[in-house]
Design a binder for this molecule. Sequence first.
Ligand SMILES: O=C(O)CCC(=O)C(=O)O
Ligand SMILES: [Fe+2]
Length: 393
Amino acid sequence: MPTASFLEASQLPIVDVAPFLKPLAGSDGRIHLDEVLPSCKTSPLTPDLSNVTFAYPPTRAQQECAETLHQACLRYGFFYLSGLDALFSSADFDKILSTARSFFELPSETKEQLSISNGKSDGARGYQRLKQNVTLGKQDWHQGLDLYRPPDNIDPTQPLCGENQWPAQSSMPDFRSTVEEHVTRCLLLGFVVTYVMTIALKMTKEEADALRAKVEQSFWVMRMIGYDRLDAQTDSLSCGEHVDYGNVTLLLADETKGALQVFIPSTRHALQERHDQKLTDFQGQRGIWITADPLPGALVCNVGKMIEIWSNKIYPATLHRVIHRADNFRVSVPFFFEPALDASIEPLDAAMRLQGPEAATQREQGVVYGAFLRSKVANNFASEAKNNNNNKT
Ligand SMILES: O=C(O)CCC(=O)C(=O)O
Ligand SMILES: [Fe+2]
């Protein structure tokens, strides 16, 4: 197993994806979005990913990267993606984070105009004030703005089929272009990471192509989240324990430490020797909470429920939460790279091969992604009563 980049100083592994990004870069070492994804000029939120090509068979460096990712997904389900320089500069990261921060600094009335309950929203796209989200029956101590892939046919009366809600040009002139650029970069990266997984799972080229086809029209979601300090008196969390819905989440967060926490069951990792003191029980499982603090230049990446099903639980989705008790206003921008709405998600033959004969007796239940997502979003928001968890289970 290549351990060189499998640093655990920061508690979570680091997967350097430069071997996959560099071949997409121009002579200046940077990926030019309009060259790799020409359609992003006309449709920045739904660029055509089908033209992105990868070498087959993968190079040795790519194989090693895939093996590191495999170990990270087996053992943690949460890791850092590094080697992103070709795709993101630190200025790109600063820009989207400061845009999110400026959005939350707008007056409440301005933000409320974009509310998910303003009558124009499809009930999912738009702004949620503090405590409007609920996880596990508790109000989440954050505010958020959700943007999704634009629908093929606009009909706000149908779940997820409305239009995204953008702040007025007059209040935030660069907001939309900044978001569109970030979404396009993240779409490319989500696509790359999914491809790395096809190598990690030892899929044939035909199998990998079939899986690619299910994510090329990714029904992505981007959230901006703003966290006030968690009130000392409340039993709420900043964001309650959950696993994410889709394939992979690409999280960019500000410099705040200690807020994002990840539960690693001891069954997934030989934690006993290293963390004897910190083992705890959570929802009937023994394990450890570790923090996923930001690492400069890297994104935090975690596996969601769809990869759990595709991999027949070789890569389980990892439980996580946010508890933000520091004084600052924390900002994060998760990007959820998901399958297409009509993609049917069943355990992959490749995963079953890796697991051997006993896999057939423990086959995960398949879903159609859109039906799964709608069932999650249907009863969502606190103001409408029940249990919202936008991209979370
Ligand atoms: O803000 C964070 O660090 C994570 C948020 C999260 O887990 C989510 O929105 O699914
Ligand atoms: Fe999450």
